[in-house]
Design a protein around this ligand. Sequence first.
Ligand code: NCD
Ligand code: ZN
Length: 350
Amino acid sequence: MAAPERLVIRRPDDWHLHFRDGAILERVVPYTARQFARAIVMPNLTPPAATTAQIAAYRDRVLAATPDDLSFTPLMTAYLTDKTDPDDLARGHEAGVITAAKLYPAGATTNSDSGVTDIAKIDGVLRRMAEIDMPLLVHGEVTHGSVDIFDREAVFIEEILKPLMERLPDLRVVLEHITTAEAAETVRTGGDTLAATVTAHHLIINRTDMFRGGIRPHLYCLPIAKRERHRLAVREFATSGHPRVFLGTDSAPHPIGAKESACGCAGIFSAPTALELYAQAFDEDGALDRLEGFASLNGPAFYRLPVNDDRIALVRGETVAPGPVVVDEATAILPFQSGETIPWRLEAVE
Ligand code: NCD
Ligand code: ZN
């Protein structure tokens, strides 16, 4: 069957992204709100959004940055620390302020210094989350310096994730932004309580792309892109129609100066063209008929939320990824594949 020229699907959600705060927040929220009905908003601010009060205040700032003519609901997350108070977390969840809690192993990625130093320290919190059926979102990388950066996800799965899921079989876990064949296989063969998100950029780039003709700091993110065979395995899983893999861009804006630096920050800003990039990947793999499940149905099913009522249309056409997104005189952010053409266009929200 010939691939369609126009694809109408239920409006998608982004199950993992970073908005930051202040002027960057105001500048980037519209890109996401234009496409997605809801987004799981990461809490790795400085200081982190860790308590219900901090998260409620952050939600208000996100809503204030949302254009009035767009319908968009931020779903907020709590940043787990060694000191997280299970009662505060449960109250925030009960009140509808906090959708899920995020585990950053301390030191794993951007703004993770206040993260969890040892998962044993939050055992009480995780037990409580299992009881109240609050999803745990995991940055799945170990942090010991002795583990090669390209192995950190696979080692995390064996050392931390599998024992955790055996200890707490009722806890629902999302392994975020998966990048390896091991992660894809673990989630594919895992039970109902384990899901994964996949970014657009990990469907597109491998580790060699980071060094094509020179070092390309704008392709540096964590987890770091892996070998081609891993990209293909993740892509095969994402486009397979499996019910527990869904869209999470991990769009992570950093000022250009913080990326193009002697010690550049991890994070890829893909929000401006997120849906078009996923459409391109699914189209290339002959899987456009599975894009709606991945983008719009599987996430709500796992989070036990209704699917969105409105629909979007993607058409075969041309979208040029924008140039630098200017925040203020001193700050601009470079979108993923800036200046390149993507052969799909988001036409309308219906
Ligand atoms: C994210 C960020 O910049 O906040 N960076 C990234 O490379 N993905 C953090 C994260 O999700 O690891
Ligand atoms: Zn992230």
